[in-house]
Design a protein around this ligand. Structure first.
Ligand SMILES: Cc1cc2nc3c(=O)[nH]c(=O)nc-3n(C[C@H](O)[C@H](O)[C@H](O)COP(=O)(O)OP(=O)(O)OC[C@H]3O[C@@H](n4cnc5c(N)ncnc54)[C@H](O)[C@@H]3O)c2cc1C
Length: 320
């Protein structure tokens, strides 16, 4: 049985508090606008997540937790796995002075704006990073020198067996764009921020947002950075280049197109869906870009975007 089996969908609808969508095109839930059909459940609370996990487990069906789909490449054939997307009720915000709690389904730019408006600094620089709080914590997303790991104090997660636990920051092995929280669902994040002048934060937030819009293809379907910045030897690369975008640009890849997917002429680490792009196009473009950069500079690029297989598992960037 797969999650798209009508009997499984019926069972979900009869049991779960929250929406259940059948045969929903995942392209609607991905900033790349790519991805075939799936069964999606949008639990309204932790109990609903637990029930979804339990039903999937008992039916031998894998599951996949999706945020705002801003850093995933979902398969053209859709997902056989059950897609869990935290629904309304799992996006609440509360705070006591500098300590804030965010439901993991809350869009992270909202968390950035709300905390800045209340006069708290720490998350405000992430105003231009789309995605949910849960996706941000899981990816340890960041920009302008700030990342989630710097503000997190505790994270409530649920494991595959449906047990919820509160993890202290020290128990999470955060590193660059990685939290190590695999196969756990982030339910809530507790962060500690710093009091600051709301007017200064408002100006800084607006400035950073404008920079984002001008420097990246922000309004085109894409998934943000395709590749992580490469690890380079001490002293850097002989070319003087350091970021993935710089290597891709220097390799002449800006504008290179496969099917409906193009290396953005604006920022080479952003691949954009210029119309009718497929996951197959993105994968071909990723392979080509990695090949060209490796040949030209001897640098291996690893994907930041998560390549998702039909059973919901991640696929590694193929070794070079
Ligand atoms: C225009 C644009 C600009 C971007 N700029 C940046 C940037 O500057 N810096 C940066 O770091 N990223 C950037 N990104 C990438 C992306 O926004 C972040 O990685 C974001 O945190 C992903 O969140 P999401 O909710 O969209 O997660 P998704 O893309 O839906 O999922 C990403 C991963 O997180 C997992 N996940 C999602 N929710 C949960 C949860 N509740 N619990 C556990 N795991 C979960 C998913 O299973 C998946 O493995 C950008 C993307 C776009 C489209």
């Amino acid at each position: 049985m797969t999650a798209r089996d009508p009997s499984f969908v019926t069972m979900l609808r009869e049991t779960i508090e929250g929406e259940v969508l059948a045969e929903v095109p995942l392209a609607r839930f991905s900033t790349f606008r790519i991805g075939g059909p799936a069964t999606m459940v949008l639990p309204a609370g932790a109990d609903g997540v637990e029930t979804a996990l339990s039903l999937a487990r008992r039916s031998g069906i894998p599951w996949f937790i999706l945020g705002l789909g801003s850093n995933v490449l979902l398969p053209d054939s859709g997902l056989e796995a059950l897609v869990i997307r935290l629904g309304k009720g799992m996006d609440r915000v509360r705070h006591e002075q500098e300590r804030w709690w965010f439901g993991a389904g809350l869009p992270a730019p909202l968390a950035a704006r709300r905390t800045a408006a209340a006069g708290f600094a720490g998350l405000h620089k992430m105003v231009g990073v789309p995605g949910t709080v849960g996706g941000g914590v899981y990816m340890n997303a960041g920009c302008h020198g700030v990342e989630w790991s710097e503000v997190i104090t505790r994270v409530t997660v649920m494991d595959e067996a449906g047990h919820a636990t509160v993890l202290e920051h020290s128990a999470i092995p955060f590193t660059y764009r990685w939290s190590g929280l695999d196969r756990r669902i982030v339910l809530e994040a507790e962060v500690s921020l710093t009091e600051a002048d709301p007017e200064v934060l408002r100006r800084e937030t607006n400035e950073l947002f404008r920079w984002r819009q001008e420097g990246t293809p922000f309004n085109q379907p894409c998934c943000g950075s395709t590749f992580k910045n490469p690890e380079l030897p001490p002293g850097g690369h002989e070319s003087g280049l350091s970021t993935a975008g710089q290597f891709l640009d220097a390799a002449g890849l800006k504008g290179y197109t496969v099917g409906g997917v193009q290396v953005s002429p604006m920022h080479a680490n952003y691949f954009v869906n210029v119309g009718g792009g497929t996951a197959a196009d993105v994968r071909t473009l990723i392979d080509h870009a990695r090949h060209v950069v490796a040949e030209r500079f001897g640098v291996t690029l690893e994907t930041e975007v998560k390549l998702v297989a039909p059973d919901g598992r991640y696929e590694q960037t193929p070794p070079r």
